[in-house]
Design a protein around this ligand. Structure first.
Ligand SMILES: *Cc1c(COP(=O)(O)O)cnc(C)c1O
Length: 397
C-alpha cells in the first residue's frame, strides 16, 4: 500500500498553490535539486570528460529506461531514454512501418496529440505518395483496424478529454490483423497501470516531464517488444545507437536490442533530475495510485457539477474510461482558467473550450480537490473571469 503522505512530502510546491497541471509538467521532486547539483559539481565539475565512464553517464539511458519500464509493464532491457517524445514517435513509427513492407496506411485518430500526427505526416512525405495517414474518430478506431493497415499510432489517453482507449482490446485486434502497434503513453506513464508485455504491444513511447515529474525538457522513452528488438531499424541512425560507437566505422551497424534506439549524446544533467524523480516511484503501487486518482477525480466532478452549472463535463463519466485528468467545456474556458491561476489553482486550457485538470495522488489530496472546487465555484458564480486581462491569450496556454 502506498502512503501518499510520504510522496506528498517528496515534492516542492509553492505555498498556497493547488497544482492541477501535473499532466502537463510535474512539480519539482525535492531531492532532484541536490541530485542535479551533484551531477554538475561532483560529476561534471570534477570529472569532466572522464564522467562518461566514471559516473555512469553512458549507461543512464538504459538504466533510467528500466526504471520507467517497471511502471509500464515492460520487460527488463527493452526501454531506453533520450530525445523528445516527438522524435521517439517518429522513430517508433519508422521502425514499425518497415516491419510491414506490403502495407501503406498509418492509422490514428482525431483525438491524438497534433505532434504525433505531424511526425507521421513528415515520415510519409519521405516514404512517398503511396503512403497514407488515415485519421478516424477515436470511437471508430477499433473498426478501422483491418488488414490494410500497416501501423496504428494511438495515444492511450486523450490529452484534451482524458478519454482512455482499451489498449488490450485494440492491440489484440491489431495483432490478429497483422498490424503493428505504436502506443503513445504520454498521459499514461505514471498516471495509471500500463501492462505493455501483457497486452503484447509492439512499440511504445512517452514523455517523462508529465506524470513522471522529470522536469521541463526531460527526455522521452521508447519501448520495443523483445520480438522486434533485434530486427526493428531505428531510422534515426545516430552514432550512439551503433553497435560499437567508439569504433567510428564509416557505415552504420545497429546496436543490440533497445540500444539501437539511442541517437546521440544523452542529456546528463536533465537525466540526473529524472533519476531523482524516479526515486519517488520506488514504493508506489500503481493499483493504489489508480484507485486514489479515480477517487480524487470523482470528487472533483461531483463538486464542480454541484456548484458550476455553466461547465459541462467533457471527459467520459465512467472513471474506467478516463485517465487521470478531468476536463470541462466552457465557452470562456480560457478566461476562467486564467482567473483560477490568479487564485493559485493551476489548471490549463486546450482549444477550443476545454478546461483541463490533472489529478496526481502523489502530491494532491481531498483537501486540495475541495479547495479548488470552492474557488472555481466562486469564480463562476461571480463571473470573476469576465475581465479583459483574463481573456488576453498568452503564448503557452
Ligand atoms: C505531451 C505530448 C507530446 C509532446 O512531445 P514533445 O516532443 O515532448 O514536446 C507528444 N505527444 C503526446 C501524445 C503528448 O501528450
Amino acid at each position: 500500500m502506498t502512503d501518499f503522505t510520504a510522496t506528498r512530502d517528496a515534492f516542492h510546491l509553492p505555498d498556497g498553490m493547488i497544482y492541477l497541471d501535473g499532466n502537463s509538467l510535474g512539480p519539482l521532486p525535492k531531492r532532484a535539486v541536490a541530485r542535479v547539483a551533484a551531477a554538475m559539481q561532483d560529476e561534471w565539475g570534477e570529472h569532466l570528460i572522464k564522467g562518461w565512464n566514471a559516473c555512469g553517464w553512458m549507461d543512464m539511458p538504459a538504466r533510467l529506461g528500466d526504471r520507467i519500464g517497471r511502471l509500464i509493464g515492460a520487460e527488463e532491457g527493452h526501454v531506453v531514454v533520450g530525445d523528445t517524445l516527438s522524435i521517439k514517435v517518429y522513430q517508433a513509427l519508422a521502425a514499425a512501418i518497415k516491419l510491414t513492407p506490403d502495407r501503406r496506411v498509418i492509422l490514428s485518430d482525431t483525438g491524438n496529440f497534433p505532434s504525433d500526427l505531424y511526425m507521421a505526416e513528415g515520415l510519409i512525405s519521405l516514404l512517398g505518395p503511396d503512403y497514407e495517414l488515415r485519421l478516424v474518430e477515436p470511437e471508430e478506431i477499433e473498426a478501422a483496424i483491418t488488414d490494410e493497415i500497416a501501423v496504428t499510432l494511438v495515444t492511450e489517453i486523450d490529452y484534451r478529454t482524458g478519454r482512455k482507449h482499451d489498449m488490450a482490446a485494440l492491440t489484440a485486434k491489431a495483432q490478429a490483423a497483422g498490424v503493428v502497434t505504436v502506443w503513445d503513453l504520454a498521459h499514461s506513464a505514471g498516471a495509471l497501470p500500463v501492462d505493455l508485455a501483457g497486452v503484447q504491444a509492439d512499440f511504445a513511447v512517452g514523455c517523462t516531464y508529465k506524470y513522471l515529474n522529470g522536469g521541463p525538457g526531460a527526455p522521452a522513452f521508447i519501448y520495443v517488444a523483445p520480438r522486434h528488438a533485434d530486427t526493428a531499424l531505428p531510422a534515426l541512425s545516430g552514432w550512439l545507437g551503433h553497435d560499437s560507437p567508439f569504433a567510428f566505422d564509416l557505415g552504420y551497424t545497429p546496436g543490440a536490442g533497445i540500444a539501437r534506439m539511442r541517437v546521440g549524446t544523452p542529456p546528463v544533467v536533465q537525466m540526473a533530475a529524472l533519476d531523482a524523480a524516479l526515486d519517488v516511484w520506488e514504493d508506489v503501487d500503481m493499483q493504489a495510485l489508480r484507485a486514489q486518482s479515480i477517487a480524487l477525480s470523482e470528487r472533483f466532478i461531483a463538486g464542480v457539477e454541484a456548484t458550476c452549472p455553466d461547465l459541462t463535463l467533457a471527459s467520459p463519466r465512467n472513471p474506467e474510461a478516463r485517465g487521470s485528468q478531468v476536463s470541462f467545456r466552457f465557452a470562456d474556458g480560457y478566461a476562467a482558467i486564467q482567473a483560477l491561476i490568479a487564485h493559485d489553482v493551476i489548471g490549463d486550457f486546450r482549444a477550443p473550450d476545454i478546461m483541463r485538470f490533472g489529478f496526481t495522488p502523489l502530491y494532491l489530496g481531498e483537501d486540495d480537490v475541495d479547495a479548488s472546487v470552492d474557488i472555481l465555484a466562486r469564480i463562476m458564480r461571480n463571473r470573476l473571469w469576465d475581465t479583459p486581462n483574463f481573456k488576453q491569450r498568452k503564448a503557452v496556454t
